[in-house]
Design a protein around this ligand. Structure first.
Ligand code: HEC
Length: 505
């Protein structure tokens, strides 16, 4: 397994960038909203002062002020009492619109905020609205009550506000003749000021927000990178540990394989040696036997009773040794003969084994039966005959003196294929001997009455194992023994390679 490439780092940096940017955008937007609120509050304040002053003026039907250069009579005011003289001084009527204009001019001198009276239907052309004001006034006609906008162009950045002026009772003394009705929109007062005034309060906060976000991004990115680096290091360590472990396991496996090979080789050598020795012993043994027979035939009358007895022992010994060598060779052969697994009907194998045991069966009055049908397995017929022959033969041999021999052969499915069971009612095998009896020349009973060299089970075990199975002993109830062994099912005729190796002697 590999740790994903540096895409993880890039991806998380990008993800943080997007998140932080979103947050920054949101916060700046909030601040802009705040600025707008401040601007609106300022503009509304000025508007309402002007509006109130105008209303106050209107309710007086206009106010008189001395005529001066700055305050000449209003040419647009159509009123017979517009100009009056008191004590030789000239006074003129200041209607609300004229007052508004004068206030506005005063305000202009202070700079900063300005305001202006306007209408879509101005009596005085100078009160005509500019394009922005036209828009705002149109909105009032559609029901709007105020308009606030930040208007930016090449050389200015301004907040523009407009509040509406409705026709009231007090207005009608001068405006009724123009056809206005109460409650109608007569016009509006627009308030304008540089956005900088408000932004000056907001900008430091904006800068702070930007810096905070930058710092936040750097911290987040740094922490993420550190975490990923830590993760990567851990991962690398883990991978290294795993590789080391795998290397160790491989090494151990190699050692084990070598040990097994060594063992197999020495085993093979030993078996070859045993085979060679057994084979070579046959000839001298045959000579001993035949010369002992010759002495017996030709010189028996020259020997006394002791001599004849000794000669008898000698012939016996030679005979037993021949039997042992034959068995050893059979055992060796079981290990050396090549196995070509074929489908084999076990019933046929059992019949052949019983045919070979005819004499022993008659002698022991033994009965061999099958429990159920026997399956078809994969194996070498002649060797399997040997196994059943040895097992049934043992049952006959180790019979109980008080019981007629009953042997039951059965088979049942087993994870490895089939389990074949040969059950007898003989003298049984003590638990302590259950491993030993499968070794060469290990007889269960040293009873001389029971003939045999004790190699039958060793051969059976070798054959079963070379077929890829295993063999064991169980108790039979109420008396006797069950020999069990497994064989591969047909057509799974593959013999495990380890067994083939062992058999390549
Ligand atoms: C004493 C008379 C008088 C009264 C009262 C009066 N106005 Fe006017 N108004 C005028 C005159 C004259 C003008 C013409 C332009 C100017 O004087 O600048 C005018 C102009 C205006 C204008 C500017 C647009 C234009 O037509 O030039 C608006 C808006 C306006 N009046 C609204 C009102 C409202 C609202 C009231 C009531 C609160 C009101 N006026 C009361 C005399 C009056």
């Amino acid at each position: 397994m590999r740790f994903p490439g540096y895409a993880l780092e890039l991806g998380s940096l990008a993800a943080w960038a997007v998140l932080v940017a979103l947050s920054l955008w949101h916060n700046l937007d909030l601040l802009d909203g705040q600025a707008r609120e401040v601007a609106a509050a300022r503009a509304r304040m000025l508007f309402s002062v002007v509006e109130t002053t105008r209303l106050w003026n209107a309710r007086h039907g206009g106010l008189y002020a001395p005529v001066s250069e700055d305050s000449p009579p209003n040419e647009w005011l159509d009123d017979p009492l517009r100009d009056v003289a008191v004590d030789g001084r000239l006074y003129t009527k200041i209607n609300p619109a004229y007052m508004t204009r004068q206030m506005s001019e005063l305000m202009d001198r202070h700079g900063g905020m300005t305001f202006r009276l306007t209408s879509l239907k101005p009596i005085r052309p100078g009160n005509a609205p500019d394009p922005w004001e036209t828009q705002a006034l149109r909105r009032f006609q559609q029901g709007g009550t105020e308009v606030l906008e930040r208007v930016t162009d090449d050389n200015s950045d301004q907040y523009r506000f407009m509040g509406r002026l409705l026709v009231e009772e007090a207005c009608q003394q001068c405006h009724a003749n123009q056809g206005y009705k109460l409650g109608e929109v007569r016009g509006g007062i627009s308030v304008t000021f540089d956005a900088a005034q408000v932004l000056a309060e907001i900008n430091p906060q904006k800068q702070q927000t930007i810096v905070l976000h930058l710092v936040g991004y750097v911290l987040l990115a740094g922490a993420t990178l550190a975490f990923l680096t830590w993760l990567r290091a851990g991962w690398r360590q883990l991978a290294q540990a795993k590789a080391e472990q795998e290397a160790m396991v491989a090494e151990r496996t190699q050692e084990l394989r070598r040990a097994v090979e060594d063992l197999g080789r020495s085993n093979t050598e030993l078996e070859n040696f045993a085979y060679a020795v057994s084979h070579d012993l046959q000839e001298p043994l045959r000579m001993i036997g035949s010369y002992a027979q010759l002495i017996d035939r030709r010189y028996t009358h020259q020997l006394d009773a002791d001599g004849r007895e000794f000669l008898g022992f000698m012939t016996d010994g030679a005979q037993r040794m021949k039997q042992m060598i034959d068995d050893l060779l059979a055992y060796s052969r079981a290990g050396r003969t090549e196995i070509n697994p074929q489908p084999v009907a076990l019933q046929r194998v059992l019949d052949a084994a019983l045919a070979n045991l005819t004499a022993a069966l008659q002698e022991s009055n033994g009965q061999v039966t099958c429990d159920g049908t026997l399956p078809v397995v994969a194996g070498e017929v002649s060797m399997l005959v040997r196994v059943l022959q040895n097992l049934v033969g043992n049952a006959l041999k180790y019979r109980h003196p008080d019981r007629d021999v009953q042997v039951v052969v059965s088979a049942r499915p087993h994870p490895e294929g089939w389990e074949i069971r040969v059950a007898d009612n003989g003298i049984g095998v003590p638990a302590s001997a259950r491993e030993r009896i499968f070794q060469v020349f290990q007889r269960l009973h040293s009873n001389a009455a029971i003939s045999g060299t004790g190699i039958g089970l060793a051969i059976a075990k070798k054959v079963v194992e070379r077929h890829g199975g295993h063999i064991w002993v169980e108790d039979n109830q109420p008396h006797g023994t069950v020999f069990c062994f497994t064989l591969p099912d047909h057509p799974a005729v593959d013999v495990p390679s380890s067994q083939q190796q062992g058999g390549a002697n």
